[in-house]
Design a protein around this ligand. Structure first.
Ligand code: GCU
Length: 676
């Protein structure tokens, strides 16, 4: 593997926030005597992390057991270690943790497990060294816990350096080339490892001309990033352009069944592995929103994915093939075309035809990362295909890191959803086979994420990818304890929970109602525009008229989308009586007077939730104001400025949505509040 000098010599950056790894969080480890019994790159990382903490706080770190006492032992399961953990019990990345006779012990089969174990000890703080602790096991739910960066090398004329990025520029790229700021990349790698992420895609899924070259003549730029991520157990992935054989290889076609095309991919992939031996694989967005794909050659997406899978297989790589395929040039007059149906219609018939190392990457909902969507029926439709579930940490449709919106509340619902009913497997169970992937919200902003509180979403994504059943509030608790370790986390816990635990629902209240989605400004997707997408080709309609609103996706009278679900959901969503209120307008077109399960009418629900949501945004700001003096003033000011914008924008949403539906329906607010 490439040398390790980068890692050892890169200093910590001074111009970025420490996020969930402030020095103070390492005090409990740094004041103690640690033994690390392992060799290899990641074991060196463990030693270097402990040594850095000890240099600050006076502890010690050794790599040989003889003649000394230790408070913390991190050992491979093959070493002689104080608890009985047999080799093979932990798995590639897992670890066992115990506290016995005054010694905290972490055992793992591989150094990666020791690294995750160390960060877990950091997370536990002093309590890791307290009472006796029987052996507990920590194994990741899925082997692939990946963040995709929609970063462009050349700033895109419309999308900029980072597509849907709300945290400044790219960590990796600037103005057409690598940033070369490896200190920042290293700091990012540490943060990711500390929450359990082990894979990163370094460029946008929309692969434009310059970025296509990362695969060939600019591969060195990717290798340099890989060198810095590697010591933290993070594998680099690359988004590639399906037409690369034409654009880069000079071939007349990119047909996946053409022998020359297949050879080109095989050779190119060989070169990738020569430069990056632990390269993770390719990410492909094909036949989607203008990207090239196999349809141009009359081939299926299985043909396309399998060609790349075959090129990657000899090297142990995977292709993450995105299922986000739909007609973005549809005629809004045509009520029979339903964008929600598209992924299933394209892919479900191909189940069983993908190679083992082809992973179908499915957005969690059938549309596009809306604030509220049902779980995609794709997740239950392809039992013989490895599926990865894709989430969006970057807040494209959820306030763009200007609004507080703690997303794990949503993700946890998604991951716990059981597409086959109560006794069937959950979404997390399905994702265990392929992975959990998310679009990153990090950029070169000093706070990483624009809104400092949006760091919690990044942290929580990693934690839920590792352990999907974790309670979002408990994860937030961890984040608060780590992030504010140098201050007074106890003082912050109450207010931050009050601001963040329910913030996704608050955001939902003042934006598009009852699962109908969109209603955002076209293009950039920030702020309200109820009819913004109504007469466009994007397939994102709400069909509001004077009598009612919502999309009829029933089999009985609508697009038939409900039929893509297995029972019981195909019946639950089909039924006006049983359909959950929060998804009512996703599945049904109803009159404004339709009565919800809580007894309210649809129109009154719209008014009530919009007044309530905007009011909650103001309460959130008040809570934060009271924390002046309890957190770093610059961080306080940054959040405060964002909250001012959130309050303004929430008021705008409230007034536009309420006014729109009042004007359409003519139904006054039962509580007589002012609707402009
Ligand atoms: C959304 C987003 C695009 C992105 C696309 C995708 O449509 O607005 O910017 O390219 O998702 O996931 O590919």
């Amino acid at each position: 593997l490439p040398d390790r000098r980068n890692f050892v010599t890169i200093p910590a950056p001074t111009d970025v926030h420490a996020a969930w790894l402030p020095e103070e969080a390492f005090r409990p480890v740094g004041t103690r005597r640690t033994l690390v019994l392992a060799d290899g790159l990641l074991a060196e990382t463990v030693r270097a992390e402990v040594a850095a903490a000890c240099a600050r706080y006076g502890g010690s770190v050794r790599q040989q057991a003889g003649g000394g006492e230790f408070d913390l032992v991190l050992a491979l399961s093959t070493a002689e270690q104080p608890v009985e953990v047999a080799p093979g019990e932990c798995g590639a990345e897992g670890f066992a943790l115990a506290h016995r006779d005054g010694v905290t012990v972490v055992v793992a089969d591989e150094p990666a497990g020791l690294l995750y174990g160390l960060f877990h000890v950091v997370r536990l703080g002093e309590s890791a060294f307290g009472a006796e602790r029987p052996v507990e096991w920590h194994r990741p739910a899925t082997p692939r816990r990946m963040l995709g960066h929609w970063d462009n090398v050349d700033p895109h004329p419309v999308m900029g350096q980072v597509e849907r990025g709300y945290a400044g520029g790219s960590i990796f790229w600037r103005d057409g080339g690598p940033r070369g700021d490896l200190a920042r990349v290293r700091a990012y790698a540490r943060l990711l490892a500390a929450c359990g992420v082990n894979a990163v895609g370094v460029n946008n899924v929309n692969v434009h001309a310059t970025e296509a070259h990362l695969l060939t003549d600019r591969l060195g730029d990717v290798a340099a990033i890989a060198d810095v991520l590697r010591p933290y157990g993070i594998a680099v992935h690359l988004s590639v352009n399906f037409a690369a054989p034409i654009a880069l290889g000079g071939l007349p076609t990119a047909d996946p069944l053409d022998a020359d095309v297949r050879t080109w991919w095989a050779r190119t992939t060989e070169q990738v592995y020569a430069a990056i031996p632990d390269f993770g694989g390719y990410v492909v967005k094909a036949d989607s929103e203008g990207q090239p794909g196999p349809f141009a050659y009359g081939r299926t997406h299985a043909d396309g994915a399998n060609m790349l899978a075959d090129a990657l297989a000899p090297h142990g790589g995977v292709v993450c093939w995105r299922a986000f395929v739909y007609n973005h040039r549809q005629d809004w007059r045509d009520r029979s075309t339903d964008r929600a149906r598209a992924a299933y219609d394209h892919f479900a018939p191909l189940d069983g035809r993908f190679r083992d190392n082809a992973i179908l990457q499915v957005k969690h909902g059938p549309m596009d990362f809306q604030t509220r969507e049902p779980v995609s029926p794709m997740i239950a439709a392809m039992p013989s295909t490895a599926l990865a579930v894709e989430l969006q940490v970057t807040q494209e449709y959820t306030g763009q890191q200007r609004h507080v919106c703690y997303l794990p509340a949503m993700w946890s619902e998604v991951l716990g959803f059981r597409p086959w009913g109560r006794d069937g497997r959950s979404v997390a169970d399905v994702a265990a086979g392929g992975g959990l992937v998310a679009v990153s919200n990090a950029g070169d902003d000093p706070y990483w994420t624009g809104h400092p509180l949006a760091q919690a979403n990044l942290y929580a994504f990693g934690r839920l990818a590792w352990a999907p059943r974790l309670d979002p509030a408990a994860v937030l608790d961890e984040w608060i304890g780590l992030t504010f370790a140098a201050g007074d986390p106890e003082r912050l816990r109450g207010p931050l929970h009050a601001m963040m635990d329910g913030s996704w629902r608050t955001y939902e209240r003042y934006t598009a109602p009852l699962g109908v989605g969109f209603m955002v400004r076209p293009g950039h997707h920030y702020g309200p525009d109820v009819d913004g997408y109504e007469y466009t080709p994007w397939g994102t309609y709400h069909f509001a008229d004077r009598d009612g609103v919502g999309v009829d996706r029933t089999r009985a009278s609508g697009t038939g989308f409900t039929g893509q679900y297995p029972e019981p959901w195909s019946e639950v969503y089909e039924s006006l009586e049983e359909c959950p209120d929060e998804l009512l307008l996703f599945f049904h077109h109803v009159p404004y007077g339709h009565v919800l399960h809580d007894g309210s009418t649809v129109i009154q629900h719209i008014y009530d939730t919009h007044f309530q949501g905007a009011e909650e945004a103001e309460q959130t700001r008040l809570l934060w104001e009271k924390l002046a003096g309890a957190v770093d003033p610059a961080l306080h000011a940054r959040v405060r400025e964002r909250l001012d914008e959130q309050v303004r924008c929430a008021g705008e949403w409230r007034d536009q949505v309420n006014a729109y539906f009042f004007r359409k329906s003519g139904v006054p607010d039962a509580r007589g509040r002012r609707i402009p």
